[in-house]
Ligand binder design. Structure first.
Ligand code: 6MZ
Length: 347
């Protein structure tokens, strides 16, 4: 069965927002740990088959963020999410999250970053053979340039002091909020400082002007890029520079920006048909109630990819990770060894 194959397949996850990735069990655990919180249950998952609007999703993130408002819960959430990915045979993970302070709990953006890094450190010690984890600091475009500057400065600092764990910056948040061009200079500064850039682009229609400017930086990977192919100059740049797209099938459909997974609706097919590099990702596996295995299964069902093609797709993701060439070599060896040991699955 394809389901068993995609589950067993070693995978790379490059687009996972920490707070959107918390499972229902983790949310329940955080609720039970926090005696001061005002809710006993939280609606934070979009059930199978249902759809919402992007606005509903952003409301959900704000609910979840109330549950990760101190260093202890952030560390707990980080470890829980990594454990979930290990269980789904993800061997390399780039986790992203927006550092935020909270005066009531004494949380600062710095202690937020430290808590995520501690979670990563403890968890990967436990699973050192199973997974490698890196961290991208997220800029939430809703919050304005000063917050973004703080985040980039922290990222620059932790790139040097986190033993290679902090590798880049993510630009995300509600695409309806503000003009992405406000962030151009600070994103350029991040890039010039050696940080890698994963930028959400064209998640909704009508962002042509910021898209062209953001592409001029250029980003190392593009998050979603849902409507980029509708803008000719953008498509040309993305193709010429061979910038990989992070494709999040379930997120797009449940979040209501794309009607279905089918070729006439979902942009994955178009990029695949022209040979553009892309990686399959979960985005927010908790909110969208999915797994990376499930995303591979959907991609196969919708595009007719064979097991060999799915293996090649998951191995190709290694080319686009932000970690060093040594890590890439190690991962490629892991993929090849897995294939040798599972050759019967390909017959
Ligand atoms: C844009 C998204 C997103 O950072 O608190 N985020 N930004 N588009 C999406 N598509 C659905 N999904 C998540 O995780 C939650 C934050 O990630 C971003 C939003 O800024 C959201 O508040 P962290 O760990």
């Amino acid at each position: 069965m394809m389901e068993q194959f995609t589950e067993a397949l070693p995978k790379v996850e490059l687009h996972a927002h920490l707070n959107g990735s918390l499972s229902e069990e983790t949310i329940q655990r955080l609720i039970s740990l926090d005696t001061k919180n005002t809710f006993t249950s939280a609606e934070t998952v979009i059930a199978k088959g249902s759809k919402r609007t992007l606005k509903d999703c952003f409301d959900m993130f704000q609910i979840i963020q109330r549950l990760t408002a101190d260093a202890e819960s952030i560390k707990y959430a980080t470890k829980a999410v990594i454990n979930d990915f290990v269980a789904d045979h993800v061997c390399y993970l780039e986790l992203r999250s927006t550092p935020r302070g909270n005066s009531a709990t004494g949380l600062t953006k710095r202690s937020y970053v430290e808590a995520v890094l501690e979670g990563i450190e403890e968890c990967t010690k436990e699973h050192s053979d199973a997974i490698e984890v890196r961290f991208l600091l997220s800029i939430d475009r809703r919050l304005g340039i000063e917050e973004a500057e703080d985040t980039v400065n922290l990222a620059i600092e932790y790139k040097k002091s986190s033993k290679g764990r902090v590798v880049g910056v993510d630009f995300s948040g509600d695409p309806n909020a503000r003009d992405g061009r406000e962030y151009l200079e600070i994103l350029k500064k991040a890039k010039q400082s050696g940080l890698r850039l994963a930028l959400h682009m064209a998640e909704i229609r009508g962002l042509q002007r910021e898209n062209i400017d953001l592409l001029s930086i250029p980003p190392d990977r593009i998050g979603h890029g849902t409507f980029l192919h509708e803008e000719l100059p953008c498509e040309d740049i993305v193709r010429k520079r061979q910038i990989p797209l992070e494709i999040c099938l379930t997120s797009n459909v449940k979040g209501g920006t794309v009607e279905s997974f089918a070729e006439e609706h979902h942009h994955m097919h178009r990029w695949k048909n022209i040979g553009q590099p892309f990686v399959l990702c979960t985005d927010d596996k908790g909110v969208f109630s999915t797994t990376l295995s499930n995303e591979y299964r959907i991609a196969a069902a919708e595009s007719g990819m064979t097991r060999q093609e799915l293996f090649d797709l998951s191995k190709r993701c290694i080319d686009f990770i932000f970690a060093s060439d040594d890590v890439k070599t190690r991962l490629r060896w892991k993929w090849d060894t897995w294939k040798e040991q599972h050759s019967s699955l390909f017959l």
